[in-house]
Design a protein around this ligand. Structure first.
Ligand SMILES: [Zn+2]
Length: 248
């Protein structure tokens, strides 16, 4: 079993990328990926567009039962009531399993008031938060999640990209301080993934691709690591299955 903990669908207005359903499902089939955690793209500021992005993911999830799980993706600079209502709709009506915070694409520091509101939303809905880390410093450095992870110990916090090599050491520091911090390893160096497994155990590490064409490269890292089959299974699906309560 393989779960890709990080993928996107739609047209991105910030990074000017586009990915559709066929591209994603073809890449999953080709690479033996069984399930995916799917986020909308960034740069949408009207509720109409945001809902359309969430509904598109929900449509694919319905067409691919047990294979596609949605992640709430929206700017927190909406009215707080609207943000929270849409987040609740995603979880209760669409079956979404987590919320994404992208400090660079959303212009949000985890330490800011709106950052705190995103954690509060996750606590209310009992879902994990995934935070992009790495590119986009200073707001995207992993250490900024420490305070919120401590403030909300019941909310699992997944550091996407583990600080992207340059800020990897901050991921080590953050993971040491907070048991509720987990690591998604797209764009992470293989020896850094190895270090995380050695220090914190494979139960805190999860495979992710971020881009369908990156799936083979990310899977190859896990093939080359000198880890046990049990550790590989944790990283490839069991950690994500547990943290996001997918029931697979
Ligand atoms: Zn991403």
């Amino acid at each position: 079993m393989i779960i890709d903990a990080h993928a996107h669908l739609g047209v991105d207005r910030v990074f000017e990328e586009a990915r559709d359903e066929k591209q994603l499902m073809d890449a999953m089939d080709k690479n033996g990926v069984d399930a995916v955690l799917l986020q909308s793209m960034f740069g949408y500021i009207t509720m109409e567009d945001i809902r359309a992005g969430h509904d598109r993911i929900a449509g694919l999830a319905k067409a691919q039962p047990g294979r596609v799980f949605g992640m709430i993706t929206m700017t927190p600079y909406l009215k707080t009531g609207e943000f929270k209502a849409e987040a609740r709709r995603c979880v209760e009506e669409l079956g979404f399993v987590g919320l994404k915070l992208h400090p660079m694409a959303m212009a949000v520091s985890p330490l800011s008031r709106v950052g705190e509101m995103m954690w509060e939303t996750c606590a209310d809905l009992e879902i994990p938060i995934m935070v992009h880390t790495g590119a986009g410093a200073p707001m995207a450095v992993p250490s900024l999640c420490i305070q919120r992870a401590k403030q909300f110990p019941e909310v699992p916090c997944v550091l996407a990209h583990c600080g992207m090599v340059v800020y990897f050491a901050e991921t080590v520091v953050a993971a040491a301080q907070c048991d509720n911090i987990y690591m998604e390893t797209s764009w992470t160096a293989p020896h850094h993934i190895d270090e995380l497994i050695r220090q914190y155990g494979s139960g805190r590490v999860m495979f992710g691709s971020d881009e369908d064409i990156n799936i083979p490269a990310e899977l190859a890292k896990y093939k080359s690591l000198h880890i046990s089959e049990q550790e590989r299974e944790d990283c490839l699906w069991k950690t994500a299955n547990h943290v996001f309560q997918l029931g697979l």
